[in-house]
Design a binder for this molecule. Structure first.
Ligand code: GLV
Length: 320
């Protein structure tokens, strides 16, 4: 058997790429922006392996046209961009990169939470723009994280890592998930509640659910009506878990106090989007897992999955 053709849809950590070069003929898409659907289709012809990112739409049409494809390995924990059913029907194995990004993503969630609750972006702008004239008892007052009631929606790996941090801050913890996570309740004194009760009681809410039909726009107009006007919404999961138009309206009308978003719908959010203009909305460009060491681990894990699949072995991290 010849060396398999492998498509890699963006430049990844060099050591991970080298491992692929050793095993196969690598086609590397070396642009800063993702390939178009047509470009992907063209490049994927004759490829047996695909290492992709969450920006690539691996849909039915693409999978069906790639007749030799045996493994799809995404360098992300999320896999909603891949048509799993078609992969299953065509015997294509699918892998992802869970676990290695959990703590990094949880760290970033805390950074965003504190930035928004203590108004750090505004404060930096205030100082930089020459407005700092004196110490002022009423200047840039924010919301404490200690003693706050914090709600976590989605108590999976990342939700639990955030829960641990929230507990260490001395905040009260509520959570909502499809199933009870007793260990979190015991260790961090967390209370499991229904979604509307959580939204109604918390000062800060953080989203940690995967994007599925069930979670699509789970935070929309009725949910914003339930939330406290002083509350803060943090999203480091997937943009489409929130109804963007409903969020815009809620922020404009003061139905909630502020939002911190590392993910948006659409993504990227166009630079002229009204959310950027709001003083109470803080947006970062989907970087929650962007620790240097973590991204290298993700790249190598994606390569582990790809190579295992090409060698006909079980993937170390198959999607569920
Ligand atoms: C990032 O959002 C990921 O799914 O890894």
């Amino acid at each position: 058997m010849g060396r398999p053709k492998i498509l890699v849809t963006r430049r990844i950590t060099e050591s991970a790429l080298d491992r692929l070069h050793e095993e196969g003929q690598v086609i590397l898409w070396d642009d800063q922006l993702p390939p178009s659907h047509d470009q992907l289709t063209g490049m994927l012809e004759d490829c047996e392996g695909l290492l992709c990112l969450l920006t690539d739409n691996i849909d039915r049409e693409l999978l069906v046209s790639a007749s030799k494809l045996r493994v799809v390995s995404t360098m992300s924990v999320g896999f909603e961009h891949i048509d799993l059913e078609t992969c299953r029907n065509h015997g294509i194995k699918v892998g992802h990169t869970p676990g290695v990004l959990t703590e990094t993503t949880a760290d970033f969630t805390m950074a965003l939470m504190l930035s928004v609750s203590r108004r750090i972006p505004e404060a930096i702008h205030f100082a930089q723009s020459g407005q700092w004239k004196t110490w002022d008892p009423g200047l840039l007052l924010g919301q404490d994280l200690h003693n706050a009631v914090v709600g976590i929606i989605g108590m999976g790996r990342i939700g639990q890592a955030v829960a641990r941090r929230i507990f260490a801050f001395g905040s009260q913890l509520l959570y909502h998930d499809l199933s009870r996570v007793k260990v979190i309740e015991k260790e961090f004194n967390a209370e499991a509640v229904e979604l509307d009760i959580l939204l109604n009681r918390v000062d800060i809410v953080s989203l940690h659910v995967p994007l599925t039909e069930r979670t699509y726009q789970m935070i929309s107009h009725p949910q914003f009506e339930t939330m406290k006007p002083s509350s803060i919404l943090i999203n480091t999961s997937r943009g489409a878990v929130i109804d963007t138009n409903a969020l815009l309206q809620a922020l404009r009308e003061g139905k909630i106090a502020a939002a911190g978003l590392d993910v948006t719908d659409p993504e990227p959010l166009p630079h002229n989007h009204p959310l950027y203009k709001l003083h109470n909305c803080f947006i970062t460009p989907h970087i929650a897992s962007a620790g240097a060491a973590t991204r290298a681990k993700m790249a190598n894990m994606a390569v582990d999955n790809l190579l295992a699949g090409l060698h006909g072995k079980p993937l170390p991290n198959p999607v569920a």
